[in-house]
Design a protein around this ligand. Structure first.
Ligand code: SAM
Length: 306
């Protein structure tokens, strides 16, 4: 059985860790279609819903019409200080980041996130600005395309794929998801299953187009300005590149000293300002994984500002 797409991943764990309740101001930095935000509102929290996607923002405004405790901001979570100012909040008690792409975005061929449907090679969360994946594939040289596929998709066949894309773009610009799918399939050695490779290539394009890891690094760097003391961060990630970044950030900021291990006396002057709320990463229960395939790759980490 497949769960309804609006059932948010790790819902109960998220609401519990954010201590959602009356009087708490919580930013949902990835509003999507409001699954987590609805739970936060039901618990009595005030919510600021942020999303880059115009359709997600329309969903936020529609819900805000019925929910006076919800405010909406169209923009990136990397600019949360501006979003807070717009909402008239000085700081928040919680921040949720449920990273990546929503199932509804994946199902919309006009966004180009999925290799399964033919559509324009766009892959921007915010289709009103920035370069599309087609722009990227038109402007980068072969080595840069291979690096992108290797770095953000961890795809070992990156050089072969880049060579095939560049060979094909001489004949016609690569402008659709189908063209990328055909180029990737043509580059594969016999016997290699195309789906996992296609999934890694589209992940790489999406991460690059939206500067996803740069945005995540920026929001983590702004955390002390966004959350008040006692404020809580919850991040749900779906691939190891994001999860590693969050894990290393929490590991560093929980320490009083971040000097190299062989330094005899501390010279860094660093002070701990985060307390982890989870031991390692929380994963979805077997029951949730059974009904919601997307939850299988989810890893949740949480921390509190000291
Ligand atoms: C996995 S979905 C969130 C689903 C949501 N938690 C729910 O319950 O419906 C991720 C959402 O984050 C948005 N997003 C991705 N990067 C973003 C960024 N840098 N700033 C704001 N929103 C972003 C996407 O547009 C997408 O709607």
């Amino acid at each position: 059985m497949i769960a309804a797409p609006h059932v948010p991943v790790l819902r109960e764990e998220t609401l519990g860790l954010l201590a959602a309740g009356p009087g708490r101001r919580i930013i949902d930095g990835t509003f999507g279609f409001g699954g987590h935000a609805s739970g936060l509102l039901e618990a009595g929290a005030d919510v600021l819903g942020v999303d880059l996607d115009a359709v997600a923002q329309a969903a936020c405004r529609e819900l805000a019409g019925r929910q006076p405790c919800l405010r909406c901001h169209h923009g990136s979570f990397r600019d949360l200080p501006a979003a807070l100012a717009g909402a008239g909040w000085d700081a928040a008690d919680g921040l949720l980041l449920d990273l990546g792409v929503s199932s509804r975005q994946l199902d919309d061929p006009a966004k180009g996130f999925s290799y399964r449907a033919d559509g324009p090679l766009d892959l921007r969360f915010d289709q009103t600005r920035g370069d599309t994946a087609a722009d990227l594939l038109a402007s980068l040289d072969e080595a840069a395309i291979a690096d992108l596929v290797w770095k953000w998709g961890e795809e070992r066949g990156s050089r072969r794929i880049a060579r095939e894309l560049v060979r094909r773009r001489i004949e016609a610009p690569i402008a659709t998801t189908t063209q990328v799918r055909e180029a990737v399939q043509a580059s594969l050695p016999r016997g290699v299953k195309p789906e996992p490779v296609l999934s890694r290539v589209f992940q790489a394009l999406r991460i690059a187009v939206n500067d996803e890891l740069g945005s995540l690094a920026d929001v983590l760097a702004s955390l002390e300005r966004v959350l008040r003391p006692g404020g809580r961060l919850v991040v749900i990630s779906y691939h190891s590149l994001e999860d590693r970044l969050v894990k290393r950030f929490i590991d560093r900021e929980r320490r009083d000293c971040v000097c190299q291990p062989d330094t005899p006396i501390c010279v860094c002057g660093h002070h701990a300002w985060l307390r982890p709320l989870t031991r390692g990463a929380v994963v979805a229960s077997a029951a949730e994984q059974n009904v919601n395939a997307r939850s299988r790759s989810a890893k949740l980490r949480a921390a509190e500002i000291i």
